[in-house]
Write a protein that binds this ligand. Structure first.
Ligand SMILES: NC(=O)c1ccc[n+]([C@@H]2O[C@H](COP(=O)([O-])OP(=O)(O)OC[C@H]3O[C@@H](n4cnc5c(N)ncnc54)[C@H](OP(=O)(O)O)[C@@H]3O)[C@@H](O)[C@H]2O)c1
Length: 266
């Protein structure tokens, strides 16, 4: 695939893995459409990307957790006369806690952001890629999708949906020359976590968390190769395998000892 002149739309592009993916796609010659819900950080990211790479950078401010977000985003893309050749569904949020303790508004926003919006973006933009017989889609899941995880049930289950959706979509679109890849990072040092709860900087120093740059590079390479799934890093791949093989009582034991996953006292 000749990436020059191809436009990549990246959601959640103003920080972390999304920003790092945008840098890597721009370095490979893609024009960019950056999407996020906050205007200032998005403008800053766009300026940095445009300065670092000789590509066009467009921005669209859109709350992707809002109802109708996918349709509104595609309308905004059309209004600018742009075409999306690469779709990166990356935007995400995270919270710890029992499912029954979740704030309904927060839980609904997560499901909209992780499930409804990316699925409908794949539907709306994937249909155009199918018609053109070319295009690539990256869905950012997580290794927490590899098994049920109590304590992060909303997060892990929504990521499991993305993993499954990516695999089915891949089969549907493969015959039309459209590639679909699922990126499943392990713990990555980004702003996803509240630093007051998770010691992100320390975890990064100790090598427990990966750099967003490494995760992004692995994801973009997998996307361009047309891989089905990318789990970046040897340790993360070992953890994904261990997660599948570990009996539930062991997961529950670990959870009782991890301060941020601890269930409330009965
Ligand atoms: N970090 C990890 O350990 C890890 C592991 C596995 C998977 N992932 C996944 O990787 C993806 C990127 O996360 P990250 O780690 O890079 O965290 P991050 O730095 O917090 O990036 C998340 C991005 O999503 C955007 N976003 C959040 N809510 C949004 C909304 N309602 N509408 C539009 N954009 C929104 C954020 O924009 P604002 O900052 O402007 O809100 C931000 O740009 C997520 O899907 C996450 O679940 C992360």
């Amino acid at each position: 695939m000749n990436v020059h002149d191809d436009t990549a739309l990246v959601t959640g592009a103003c920080s972390g893995i999304g920003l790092a993916i945008a840098h890597r796609l721009a370095a490979r010659g893609h024009s960019l459409i950056l999407v996020s819900n906050r205007e200032e950080p998005l403008a800053r990211a766009a300026a940095a990307l445009a300065a670092a790479h000789a590509v066009q950078v467009h921005t669209i401010v859109q709350d992707l957790a809002a109802e109708g977000a996918a349709e509104a985003l595609v309308a905004a893309v059309d209004a600018r006369g742009l075409q999306v050749d690469v779709l990166v569904n990356n935007a995400g949020v995270f919270f710890f806690g029992e499912a029954v303790d979740a704030d309904p508004a927060r839980a609904r926003a997560m499901l909209q952001l992780h499930v409804t919006t990316p699925s409908l973006l794949c539907t709306l933009l994937g249909a155009r890629m199918r018609a053109r017989r070319r295009g690539r889609i990256l869905l950012v899941s997580s290794i927490s999708a590899w098994r049920p995880f109590p304590g992060i049930s909303y997060y892990a289950s929504s990521k499991a949906y993305l993993r499954s959706f990516a695999a089915a979509l891949r089969s549907e679109l493969a015959v039309y020359g459209v590639g679909v890849t699922c990126l499943a990072p392990g713990a990555t040092a980004t702003a996803l976590y509240d630093p007051n709860v998770v010691p992100v900087a320390k975890a990064r120093r100790l090598g427990v968390m990966m750099d967003a740059e490494r995760v992004a590079e692995a994801g973009v390479q997998a996307l361009l190769r047309g891989d089905a799934v990318c789990v970046p890093g040897l340790v993360t791949r070992a953890m994904a395998t261990a997660a599948v093989l570990t009996p539930q009582p062991v997961i529950d034991w670990v959870r009782r000892r991890a301060p941020w996953l601890r269930p409330p006292r009965p």
